[in-house]
Design a protein around this ligand. Structure first.
Ligand code: 4AD
Ligand code: MG
Length: 434
């Protein structure tokens, strides 16, 4: 009987049976009598044990000649092994070499520098660590999407090429768009979502966004993925309640589904178990007061730098909402505070452990004249916002939304040193390859 092809993740019901695995040799140890083959197939990792007496001599010799990352088909019997991370081991009865590498695999067991690893990002993705991170990223994205879908938010994709500046004139990737003048890579899908919210009430988009910021920090990418919900008739408070619930949901889903990956990353999950409502709220004014007491020299009115955010979040175990910033440091579309015309109804959600801002959100300015005033104040090209202003012309409505940076969220949940590991192909000011 043919041994069926099973993926490592699906082996449990096949205990005691003969199966075929298709994958790559992750590592190998040998003695004269036995080969221990670490096999990975993308779904998991397993040890294959090949005894010299159990296979034809030429198969044993073929296994001896395997290089790291050789692709193979392996037949064997599934045995329970409590010590194995997958819970199983394979007693190998046959092996076919699909392709043996043409030279030694460049990523070895020794420590490599980060530039070398990033130059080899296409290969580095095969490592156990990178697989753990990208599986958590997949769970984060899946849980965001199902969360929003289940609560009646409609996915409305927004364009990447746009003629209207979404956030501000700083940090734009610009190109010439045929005979139509300048186009930009989207900094946000928000303006389009606001239009879609007028059509469907609750909407979201999820896609890559671009910032030509010259920031060389461990929190900044030039291309990152953002999930952006927008809801009609939500005010500033409704908006924050949604953010809190979404973040708690995502963390809980990762804890439920990604224990082995978190364990592999040696993440202290007790810190994640604490991520339950309610999150603390402070105002911008209070935040500046706290920072100044802690020794920061931030003047009132400035935006927080990375160090300020870290200092501030060290005071809290959970993510903290900082509300109502001065309008001078925020985007043109935010609604003016009803009692303080120098402030806007916005919030930044700052993650614990120094991971900084994971969400930026606001109630949107729904007054036509005020919004127009803000566009003029920030010297944005008024003509390109005519369509956007139509939301305020035809049935203006209170509405709010936010953007959550997927890589910042993944970096925090995984406990990564740097955001670049949270995305398969990181783009920073220094890196466009591979
Ligand atoms: O605060 P931001 O700039 O907000 C917006 O773009 C709004 N239009 C979103 C909305 O209301 N629909 O960005 C939102 C989030 C940040 O909190 C952060 O998590 C992430 O996007 N982010 C970045 N992530 C990685 N690298 C960068 N350079 C980032 N800039 C922002
Ligand atoms: Mg922000």
């Amino acid at each position: 009987m043919e041994a069926p092809w099973i993926r490592i993740v699906d082996l449990a019901p096949h205990e005691g049976q003969e199966v075929t695995l298709k994958g790559w040799i992750y590592n190998k140890r040998s003695s004269g009598k036995i080969h221990f083959l670490q096999i990975r197939d993308g779904s998991g990792f397993i040890q294959g044990v090949m005894e010299r007496t159990a296979v034809p001599e030429e198969t044993f010799q073929a296994a001896k000649g395997l290089w790291i990352e050789a692709s193979v088909e392996v037949r064997g019997t599934v045995r329970r092994d409590e010590r194995a991370p997958s819970g199983f081991e394979l007693s190998v009865s046959d092996l076919v070499v699909v392709s043996n590498p043409v030279e030694e695999y460049p990523i070895t067991k020794k420590e490599h520098g980060i530039d070398f690893l990033l130059d080899n990002r296409h290969l580095w993705l095969r490592s156990h660590r990178q697989q753990a991170i990208l599986k958590i990223r997949d769970r984060v994205i899946l849980s965001c999407r199902t969360y929003l879908h289940d609560r009646g938010f409609l996915l409305v994709d927004s364009p990447i090429l746009t003629g209207s500046i979404g956030e501000g004139a700083d940090g734009l990737f610009e190109l010439d768009y045929f005979d139509q003048g300048k186009a930009y890579l989207a900094q946000t899908g928000q303006l389009y979502l606001e239009a879609a919210a007028a059509a469907y009430g609750r909407v979201y988009c999820f896609g890559p966004t671009f910032r030509a910021e010259k920031s060389k920090t461990r929190r900044h990418l030039t291309e990152f993925w953002m999930i952006e919900p927008e809801a009609a008739f939500f005010d500033h408070k409704d908006n924050m309640a949604l953010q809190e619930d979404l973040v708690c949901h995502v963390v809980a889903q990762v804890l439920e589904h990604c224990r082995p990956e978190l364990a592999f990353l040696e993440r202290d999950t007790s810190l994640l178990e604490r991520i339950v409502p309610p999150f603390p709220h402070i105002t911008y004014d209070e935040a500046v007061g706290i920072l100044q007491k802690l020794g920061s020299d931030i003047p009132y009115g400035d935006d927080f730098g990375g160090d300020d955010e870290t200092l501030l979040t060290q005071q809290f175990e959970k993510p903290v909402f900082v509300e109502c910033y001065p309008k001078g440091v925020k985007a043109f579309y935010m609604k003016q505070h009803p009692e303080r015309e120098d402030l806007v109804l916005c919030d930044d959600l700052l993650a614990p452990e120094g991971y900084g801002e994971i969400i930026g959100g606001s109630q949107r300015e729904d007054d036509l004249d005020r919004l127009l005033g803000r566009i003029r104040e920030q010297k944005l090209p008024e003509e390109s916002y005519s369509w956007y202003l139509d939301q305020r012309r035809f049935g203006s409505f209170p509405h709010s939304g936010f953007g959550m940076g997927i890589e910042r969220l993944v970096a925090w949940i995984c406990g990564l040193q740097h955001i670049r590991e949270a995305i398969p192909w990181p783009r920073t000011i220094y890196r466009i390859h591979p």
